[in-house]
Design a protein around this ligand. Structure first.
Ligand SMILES: Cc1cc2nc3c(=O)[nH]c(=O)nc-3n(C[C@H](O)[C@H](O)[C@H](O)COP(=O)(O)OP(=O)(O)OC[C@H]3O[C@@H](n4cnc5c(N)ncnc54)[C@H](O)[C@@H]3O)c2cc1C
Length: 339
């Protein structure tokens, strides 16, 4: 296992910001995961697991420990029944390549999550999701190295504490588990309506009336092309803010002043408000703050246009959060985690 020193984290994160990692290494097997964790522990060095770096912001101080890049591969069908196929995936597999491969097998369950950057192993961390699907819907179990007890463990879906863009892996157990594989169960039935509003609109606009996972994947790729900047060209982390979740009394208050506020009823007395809409209402869509541009096609996305440091990004973020709080009395949250 090669260990590199003083590596600029901006080269390994899609926001292209931040200081250096003291050490960095790639792991290709479970044995290497165990080895690097025990090595780090013996030297009292913290570790941080990195996938594709598409949902992580590196701060200016960098990381005084070992960045472990998850590179474990694997795609194996472990069960095939009349209605479903269960597949075990290595934590380092590219997410979109997996979606494509399962769609090519005529399976459905993750096709609406097409074109999301990153790795399979990171998908449970923020319960990755898009256009009405999330990994919690199909994930059966996962294997992880538990750095607390120095053992590999298996976790079932119900152990992961999944909720909207959240799980124990970015909450109470942040940094504890290194996910080496995930097992997902996909359906042999083709996707059925009702579809997510924006997807349904695209299908209607294009007169698409037959739904296969391949047709849904291609539709999603087209929709996303117009809404999300390619991080290889314009550095970003996709949605920079989570959508806001509010209670019904807050919604009633807000509706008095903003009767047109778009809402999604989550069915438990809570409502999702598109944060992009809130940012648009305060006039920041397309604007540049401290070198960070609020994307003109999707105000949830911040693009690093000319930010010189993490501080610039933090200043832009705090300005947006403050304005939303002052205008709507809603506290919005950053989606990407920080190193
Ligand atoms: C253009 C663009 C569009 C996006 N669209 C979406 C979207 O539609 N929906 C969505 O949910 N997200 C979206 N994202 C965010 C991101 O792609 C996902 O969150 C993705 O799952 C991150 O994967 P990654 O491998 O890049 O993780 P990283 O950014 O490398 O890591 C993210 C977090 O997960 C942890 N982690 C990574 N791998 C492991 C592992 N094996 N074990 C334990 N912890 C791990 C890291 O420590 C870190 O805390 C988008 C990002 C971009 C740039």
């Amino acid at each position: 296992m090669e260990i590199h020193t003083n590596i600029p984290l901006k080269n390994f994160t899609t926001m292209k910001i931040g200081g250096n990692a003291r050490f960095m290494t790639d792991v290709y097997s479970k044995e290497e995961v165990a080895e690097i964790c025990q090595n780090a522990k013996s030297k009292s060095l913290p570790i941080f697991i990195l996938g594709g770096g598409s949902n992580v912001i590196a701060t200016d101080k960098g990381f005084n420990g070992i960045i472990v890049r998850m590179r474990i591969s694997g795609f194996s069908v472990i069960n095939d029944s009349l209605n479903s196929t269960t597949i075990k995936l290595g934590g380092g597999e590219n997410w979109d390549a997996i979606v494509k491969r399962t769609v090519d097998m005529n399976l459905s369950g993750i096709e609406a999550m097409s074109a999301i950057p990153g790795t399979a192993g990171a998908s449970p961390v923020q319960n990755v999701g898009a256009y009405g699907q999330e990994i919690a819907d199909t994930l059966q179990s996962l294997e992880a190295y538990d750095t607390k007890i120095d053992k590999f463990i298996t976790m079932q879906n119900s152990d992961c504490g999944f909720s909207y863009r959240d799980s124990i892996f970015r909450g109470e157990a942040m940094g504890r588990y290194i996910i080496t594989s995930i097992t997902i169960k996909l359906s042999k039935n083709q996707p059925q309506p009702p579809f997510y509003d924006a997807l349904q609109k695209y299908l209607d606009d294009n007169n698409i009336k037959i739904f296969t996972s391949k047709i849904i994947r291609n539709s999603i790729i087209e929709i996303r092309k117009n809404k999300l900047p390619d991080p290889k060209i314009l550095p970003n982390t996709g949605s920079f803010f989570k959508n806001a979740i509010i209670e019904s009394w807050q919604l009633n208050d807000l509706k008095k002043i903003n009767p047109d506020i778009p809402t999604y009823d989550m069915g438990n007395g809570h409502y999702k408000i598109p944060t992009g809409w809130l940012i648009e209402q305060i006039g920041l869509k397309g604007k540049v703050l401290h070198g960070m541009r609020v994307h003109d096609k999707n105000a949830l996305v911040l693009i690093n246009e000319s930010a010189k440091s993490y501080k610039d990004l933090a200043d832009a973020r705090d300005e947006i959060i403050g304005k939303i709080r002052d205008t709507f009395r809603i506290q919005i949250q950053q989606e990407p985690l920080e190193i």
